[in-house]
Design a binder for this molecule. Sequence first.
Ligand code: 5AD
Ligand code: SF4
Length: 477
Amino acid sequence: MEMIDLNRPAPTTEPERQYYFIKKVQEYVKAQSEKLGRPLTANITTFGCQMNARDSEKLSGILREAGYVETESEDADFVIYNTCTVRENANLRVYGRLGVLHGYKKKNPNMKIALCGCMMQEATVVEKLQKSYRFVDLIFGTHNIFKFAELLAMTLESDRMIIDIWKDTDQIVEDLPNERKYAFKSGVNIMFGCNNFCSYCIVPYVRGRERSREAKDIVREIEALVKDGVVEVMLLGQNVNSYGKNLEQPMTFAELLREIEQIDGLERIRFMTSHPKDLSDDLIEVMANSKKICPHLHLPLQSGSSRILKAMNRRYDKEKYLALAKKIRERMPDIALTTDIIVGFPGETEEDFQETLDVVRQVRYDSAFTFIYSKRTGTPAAVMEDQIPEDVVKDRFDRLLKEVQTISKEMSERFTGNEETVLVEEKNSQMDGYVTGRLGNNHVVHFEGSEELIGKLIRVRLDECRGFYYMGTMLDK
Ligand code: 5AD
Ligand code: SF4
């Protein structure tokens, strides 16, 4: 990067423009901490999915580059919430916590509070914040997160609430700083947005239309990550199976995986999320033949009832889903299948719910995320008749959870006694002298070992399955 001269106007091209503003914030942070005689602190809270987690690493990269010291405490000079709005209760939590932040701000008048992410893309949310949460300093959405440095600079210079929400974008800005949470693994965005419009889901409205990154940019990013010590990547997209359709030179997800597989030094490839309607035979082949792609597939079911799936606009039915799961298991018998299920979608009858239980029993998931349907204003399902009473939904939810947990315990047992490779992720928080890692199939293993193993791929024997995790022993010490 060339020398940045703050006496000249900000560049109009990206990412140069953002580096200019990072420098500007650096000067502010330096002056302010000299005045206060202490470093300026920043705190980031992330709600929601892996996509948000990755976005927060970008926020973190910019804050650190600008000179802020990150802290665990929300009693900080700069606090930002990266919000989620997939379900209503995520929104309620944000409002609740803002009250606490207001208390900190009264004690520290220099404190700045920022909100970003999916929830900010909803007009009603921003109206409410403008009216009742005047102490918030900065609000921006999902489409202009690349502008964070610029918005931060504006916020530090202003006493007014700054709001910058874009309705959509086709822009993808490459090469901004980011700060990984883990040294040895990283999320990598391969596409943004979603075009599926499942009738319950707010994501297409808050994350915009589908846009894929160029394969060469993705590969370049992963190569740089590997040089920096990363051995595992998680390729991120709302629907990775439709990767590349809108590129100038279209390319499939399976083709992208083949290219990523070639990257020397990269050991493990994960991805999320696969929509069952577009999962190709080619992808199954690539996975089956790969040494690096982990034997795990997250394949959201949502409902087992063909009637409900149609109302959800999922574009597959029960039979098609079951046939797909069977095909995957036949080709890769040891694969772990996981899923997302919603109970209480409008119009769901006991019979529909039984269909869901039936799929759960047939597919036998290694684990499943179960959700109570949450009405999202603006989605087609929100105005559907026959919303299900709370007590009925709760009862179904409890029965589903029990079934899912019983099966997932039984499924975990099938690997007991095996010798497998784990990527060690952290020190065990409960047991001294133990570490915790993940198998390729995403199952968790605890075993005796020292902190030096973190980030390494280690052979272990799975001695005992304790429900949702294994106790293991390290081999070839
Ligand atoms: N209510 C409940 N769960 C939802 N999900 C998405 N939208 C809703 C909603 N309105 C779930 C789906 C999706 C997961 C990320 O969140 O199961 O796969
Ligand atoms: Fe939402 Fe469906 Fe898109 Fe997933 S595929 S983000 S559930 S609309």
